[in-house]
Structures are given as structure tokens and as C-alpha cells.
Design a protein around this ligand. Structure first.
Ligand code: ATP
Ligand code: MG
Length: 326
């Protein structure tokens, strides 16, 4: 039971006025206990959509899984009852989003919010829940946790609020931790601390983590595996070492070349622009989605007409007809 998430040919669509438009297309991956999978790609590539699908928290009535299989802890999400889904969200999956301020209730003390998360579906005496709350604040390195419990979110800095959100996400001892740009609203030094903390908690609790980020520097330091996503598809995936050391997909190569963080400088900087724009929802080109921006694809009919399937080259999986080309 080491495999906690398994996706096969997963398609997730937004229900729009022009019908169901896929934002995640034919995505397959496996997430194991104790591993961190980073999901990287430009804005609009489908990272958050994929993460929300895995968390079974797609916006109701706006998006849904339209094809493929998503299994969590061996169970097909499609076949789960409402009660089971609720239980899964409450106690098996923890989520941390970019904006800690909006995740916390401004009129409730931090302790009340933590205790609520601890008690949800898991009754225990109040005193026990309170000491568990102290334990959680200590784990996320907040000093004076006993006094801090009675304070309100506005009495904490941005970085501390994000730690509290992490503590809440960990309240039920989840197996899977989903983090969507958990540090991009924070200062560079605080970013590092939060990532170190997340990584430590993930390893200590043997959780599986999915980490969405724009920052390849963070990926190389804090993730085991990486999935590079473009136009809703995983174009390259494998261990961080294989994918970043020998990127085979032209898009990964461009991302890497554009990322100063990988060469030591410019810590925390976002990806620099790659010429051209990614495709819009519902406007994916017929062949390879990256073809319009790809130098390798110029004058090659195959790239324009045939979507490349992922195949094993080197240590990784890559979806490019010409992955062997340097
Ligand atoms: P970012 O890096 O900016 O967070 P992302 O990779 O997380 O981007 P998503 O938010 O998953 O991208 O969006 C994927 C695609 O789905 C985009 O084209 C986006 O415009 C579209 N999209 C997102 N939310 C909705 C929605 N509620 N209704 C319709 N389309 C949506
Ligand atoms: Mg996003």
C-alpha cells in the first residue's frame, strides 16, 4: 500500500458556456508514500486543476473528471460514496494553498481553528485536543504555543500564518499533503524555512506530497520526482535528478535554461519567459501542444498533426517525437 495516488489517462474539464473544456489531459502518474512529486509549468498549464482533482476538491459544478482513472489509497474516486469522500478529505488529505490569510478565519482564534480541525470526525476530550494543538504548533516551530493558541490570525506574520495553515493541514495526520505554491506569497528567506519545514514534516510522517511551484530551484532542493506539465499534459516526468540533469523535452530544456535558481543565483525567482504563449483552454493545437513554440518542430508534419505519447527515454518518461535529438 505504498502507492497513495494513481492517475491513469486522467482528464479534468471545466464546464463552460462552450461545453466541457479539458484543462488536464491524459495525465498518468503514481505518488508513493514518503515521496514528493513536484508539478511545474507555466501559468495556466493545469497544475492547480490537477492538484484539486487529486484532493477531490474541484469546484463543484465548475469542473469534473471527464475521463481516465484516479485512485486514492487504492480506491477509485469515481466509486466512492459521499461519506467516504468526506472522510478522505478530512483525514487522509491535507492541503496548503498559496494564500494563508484567506485560509484562516480572521474572527476565530488560531487555537479554536486548530482544535476544530483536530476534532472534526475524531472526537476526544477538549483538554486532549488542546494539547494536540500545542504539539502541532510546536511541530511547525511556533514559539510560546500555549499563549499563541488564544491569539487571532492578524497577530501573526505571513510566514507564521502559513505555518498555522500547515499545522491545520496536518491535524488529522494525513497520508497525502497537497501544496499549491505554498510559499510564493512569502519573502525568500521565509520561503526556504517553510519548504524545509514541509519537507521535514513530509519525511517524518511518511506522507506523500504533491508540490506545485513555478520555482525550479525549490524543486531541485525539496522534491524527489517532477512532472513538467504543458497545455494540460505531462510532457516529461521522472526523478528530479534525471529530468533536470538531462532534460529531454524541448519545453523542459527551455524551462531549465530560463531558471536562474538552478545555477545557484537568483534564489526564489520565478521562471523567466519563454517566447510565445501557452495554449488557451479549448484551443489546443491538433498535434503536439508545444509545437507552435518549439524549434525542433519547425517544418515537421508529425509534430503538427500527431500528439506524442509519453515513452521511456533515459531514466524518464517524455512525450516528444524527437526526444532522442539533442
Ligand atoms: P497558475 O500557475 O497561474 O496557478 P495553473 O497551472 O495552476 O496556473 P490552472 O489554474 O489549473 O493553471 O488552470 C488551467 C486552465 O484552466 C487555464 O487555462 C485556466 O484559465 C482554466 N481555468 C481555471 N479555472 C477555471 C474555471 N473555474 N473555469 C474555467 N476555466 C478555468
Ligand atoms: Mg495554479
Amino acid at each position: 500500500a505504498d502507492v497513495l495516488v494513481r492517475a491513469r489517462d486522467l482528464e479534468v474539464s471545466y464546464l463552460t458556456d462552450s461545453g466541457a473544456l479539458p484543462a488536464v489531459r491524459g495525465v498518468s502518474f503514481t505518488l508513493r508514500r514518503g515521496r514528493t512529486l513536484a508539478v511545474v509549468g507555466e501559468s495556466g498549464s493545469g497544475k492547480s486543476t490537477l492538484l484539486r482533482a487529486v484532493g477531490t476538491i474541484l469546484p463543484r459544478g465548475q469542473a469534473r473528471i471527464t475521463a481516465g482513472i484516479l485512485a486514492i489509497e487504492g480506491e477509485n474516486v469515481d466509486a466512492m460514496s459521499a461519506t467516504r469522500l468526506q472522510q478522505l478529505r478530512r483525514s487522509h488529505i491535507g492541503v496548503v494553498f498559496q494564500d494563508a490569510s484567506s485560509a484562516l478565519n480572521p474572527v476565530m482564534t488560531v487555537g479554536a481553528q486548530l482544535i476544530e480541525a483536530i476534532l472534526s470526525g475524531n472526537p476526544m476530550p477538549k483538554a486532549q485536543a488542546r494539547s494536540r494543538a500545542v504539539e502541532l504548533l510546536t511541530a511547525v516551530q511556533i514559539a510560546d504555543p500555549k499563549q499563541r493558541l488564544d491569539q487571532y490570525p492578524h497577530q501573526f506574520s505571513g510566514g507564521m500564518k502559513q505555518r498555522i495553515v500547515i499545522a491545520i493541514a496536518l491535524a488529522q495526520d494525513p497520508d497525502i499533503l497537497l501544496a499549491d505554491e505554498p510559499t510564493s506569497a512569502l519573502d525568500v528567506t521565509i520561503q526556504q524555512q517553510i519548504l524545509v519545514l514541509l519537507r521535514r514534516m513530509q519525511l517524518e510522517n511518511r506522507m506523500a506530497m504533491m508540490l506545485v511551484t513555478h520555482d525550479l530551484g525549490l524543486v531541485s532542493r525539496y522534491a524527489d520526482d517532477v512532472a513538467v506539465i504543458y497545455g494540460g499534459r505531462i510532457v516529461e516526468t521522472g526523478s528530479v535528478e534525471d529530468v533536470f540533469r538531462h532534460p529531454l523535452h524541448p519545453y523542459t530544456q527551455a524551462l531549465r535554461a530560463a531558471a536562474p535558481t538552478l545555477h545557484g543565483a537568483g534564489e526564489g525567482k520565478r521562471l523567466m519567459a519563454i517566447t510565445g504563449d501557452p495554449p488557451m483552454l479549448g484551443q489546443f493545437p491538433p498535434g503536439c501542444s508545444f509545437a507552435p513554440r518549439c524549434s525542433r518542430a519547425q517544418g515537421r508534419a508529425r509534430c503538427q498533426t500527431q500528439a506524442p505519447a509519453a515513452r521511456a527515454v533515459g531514466g524518464q518518461l517524455v512525450a516528444c517525437h524527437f526526444a532522442e535529438e539533442r
